[in-house]
Each structure stands twice: as C-alpha cells, then as structure tokens.
Design a protein around this ligand. Sequence first.
Ligand code: GSH
Length: 205
Amino acid sequence: MPSTEVIFYDLLCSTPATCWSPSCWRTRLVLQHKRIPFHTVWVSYPDIASTVGHTQPGREPVTLPVIKHGDTAEAVYFFENWTHAGPTESLILWSLPRMPAFLDKRGREFFVRTREEQFGSLEEMAEGQGLEQAEMAYEPIEFLLKRYGPYIAGDRVSYQDFILLATLLWYDMCEPGCVRKIVNFFPSRHFAKWYDLMLPLAVTQ
Ligand SMILES: N[C@@H](CCC(=O)N[C@@H](CS)C(=O)NCC(=O)O)C(=O)O
C-alpha cells in the first residue's frame, strides 16, 4: 500500500527544527496554511543531492524545498515556477555573508566554499551593504498595503504575503530583530501592522 504521508525536505541550520530558507519557508507556510499534515526531513546543504536527487535537472544547483508524497520517484515534485514578489531580493548581498553564522557546520563549509567559488569573498561582498537599502525596496509594499491592506491582495492572506514573509524571516535569521527595524522605516505603519498580522504564522510545525 503506497504511503500517503507528505514529506517536506527542508534545509538544516545550527538550531534544531528551525526553518530559515526563504524558499523553504514560503512552501512551508502554504502547507501549514492549508493544514496539510507533513513530516519534515532536515537536510544539510551538502546532502541535498544524495537525499532527494537532482531537483532542477540540467540546471545547478540542486535545491530544496522538495515535497514527496507517496512512494515513487515520480511523486517527488518541487515548487519551481511559482511567481516571486517584487523587490524581495534587494538585501541579497547583505544577507549572503551573514548566513554562515547560523548554518550547521557542514552546511556552513559547503555554503562558504560554493558561494566564494561563484561570487568571490563573502567578506568583500558585505562591504557597503546596509539595512537602509530596504527602505526604498519596500516602499512599494507600504504603498500596496496602504491602498489594499491589511494583506497584499486585500482582505485575505495570499501567496504573495507568504513570499514576502519568507524573505523577511530569512533576513531575521541573518540579523535578529532587523525586520522590526525595516518595517519601522515607514511611519504610516501599514507594513508594521502587516508584519504583526503575519508573524504568528511563522511557526515551524
Ligand atoms: N526553485 C526553487 C529554488 C529553491 C532554492 O534556491 N533553494 C536554495 C535555498 S534558499 C537551495 O536549496 N540552494 C542550494 C544551493 O544553493 O546549493 C524554489 O524557488 O523553490
């Protein structure tokens, strides 16, 4: 009899049972919001390929999240072409150099080696990158929330809210408390109120 359990492969960090990856968070938030029961398998960066196989055939890197439902390899699918919300990548150069601090040991070694091969020194990448960049990047979000709020698409939470929250949760792993500072950039407080509404959903079930 085939297994009906949903398995969610998520990225490990140094704190047990803690989701940090923006890609994993947005998928996890959807599963949890839809009340789909699942079991999490935590995977360190260097073990992704040996655990789940290649998630983006013909393209590097091998990535998580992956969801497995049932027993067969064909039942492994992944969230590849979902639309991404606007300006959420604005702090990427600020974030990447901060990630080694919270990754598990093997994940950290893998991350630093592969990212430095690709981009050069992470330390240099961090130079000149400050949180204040987020103010301009998130102005459209404050505007949208003012116009349509309390959620991005109006009265009901939607995938766009999950994408944005997932990215902010990642930033907060990079520098605890930084998201509160970001939302407080906007005195009209629509983003801050949205964050207060969304934060309770950030539970790693
Ligand atoms: N297409 C995937 C991409 C997911 C993705 O980029 N995951 C990152 C973690 S945030 C990953 O697993 N990276 C592995 C690596 O860079 O080696 C999605 O949007 O869900």
